[in-house]
Design a protein around this ligand. Structure first.
Ligand code: AN0
Ligand code: CP
Length: 320
């Protein structure tokens, strides 16, 4: 395994879930694998869970994690090719990438979408430079369009808590004061489409995800109707993906607080579990009552980030 961006990179999902279960039960059983190996975790943006869970996963495998916060600990990096570097950026990714990969065996990158240029973001311009100019296996720790470590942890959580063989999983858009990337909903949709679940996306009009990720998922514009009989409610805000109107890419089209997941929304479900990747804005995305209820899975979901990261790193170490 030399990259982890999309669901197909992990191969057979039932095998991956069985491996996740083993890793969770015996996290230190592969401590020899990472001996004298280093993973570089490069952050262009803030993180709590990804930063900590990736370090913990690496340590469980006996590997040394090295974390770099670009622009804070390092020089500010230029990411565009062909520009005259007369601004505040002292170094180009073209040099920084091969330098960083010369110091490690695996590399993970967090680099959010800029949300201004759809083509630049959807071509994964920054992440792909790590493939082109680096020479080590690359993990997306949320890049412009995907957050696969999150989606894998979400699937592990659903597998652990599901009460029926094929649960109904509803991903619902919810309001947020700032424009957020589409990486989390893109990956969640991609992974749910590949998993054995009944998957529905509830969203206001204009928020249609890129077809590469939405696939054949059922889209419902009436949130209450979508939530009826749901076993899992996965809330997330995302900005306009610009599918129907490219000029709206990255914009906020709605702040409708009627979409905040509250007790009235949960009442029409099949006593559903509530999920969110975190960080979450309380009483914007979800009411206190719902996130504090015993049916809220946000903490076990975050804890499973160690498991998903460890399976991915383990597979990469095994194929070095
Ligand atoms: C980011 C996002 O929505 O992509 C990170 C989520 C894991 N969220 C925020 O910036 C609040
Ligand atoms: N869910 C998630 O990736 O959280 P962080 O942004 O804190 O890493």
């Amino acid at each position: 395994m030399d990259k982890f961006f999309h669901v197909e990179d992990i191969g057979d999902l039932s095998k991956a879930l069985a491996e996740a279960k083993q890793v969770k039960e015996t996290p230190f059983a592969w401590k020899h694998l990472g001996e004298n190996k280093t993973i570089m975790l490069v952050f262009f943006n803030s993180s709590l869970r990804t930063r900590l869970s990736s370090q913990k996963a690496a340590l469980n495998l006996g590997m040394n994690p090295v974390v770099l916060n670009i622009g804070q600990d390092s020089w500010k990096l230029e990411t565009e090719m062909g520009v005259i570097m007369d601004g505040d950026k002292s170094e180009h990714l073209r040099e920084a990438i091969p330098v960083m990969t010369s110091y490690c065996d695996l590399i993970g990158i967090r680099s959010f979408a800029g949300l201004t240029d759809r083509e630049y973001d959807y071509n994964e311009t920054v992440l792909n430079q790590f493939i082109e100019f680096g020479c080590k296996p690359v993990i997306s720790l949320e890049s412009a369009t995907v957050h696969p470590c999150q989606a894998f942890a979400d699937l592990i959580t659903i597998e652990e808590y599901k009460k029926t063989k094929r649960p109904k999983v509803v991903m619902t858009w919810a309001p947020h004061p700032k424009a957020l990337p589409q990486a989390v909903p893109n990956s969640f949709a991609e992974w749910m489409n590949a998993a054995d679940v009944d998957f529905v996306i509830a969203q206001p009009e204009g928020y249609e995800l890129d077809p590469r990720f939405a696939g054949n998922a059922r889209i419902e514009y009436d949130q209450m109707k979508a939530l009826e009989g749901a076993d899992f409610v996965y809330a997330k805000n995302w900005s306009c993906p610009g599918v129907t109107n490219p000029a709206d890419y990255g914009k906020i089209l709605s702040k409708d607080m009627g979409w905040t997941v509250d007790a009235a929304h949960m009442a029409v479900t099949n006593n559903a579990y509530f999920m969110h990747c975190l960080p979450v804005r309380r009483n914007m995305i979800v009411s206190d009552e719902v996130i504090d209820a015993p049916t809220s899975l946000v903490i076990p979901e975050a804890a499973n980030r160690v498991v998903s990261a460890q399976v991915v790193m383990k597979r990469m170490l095994e194929s070095l």
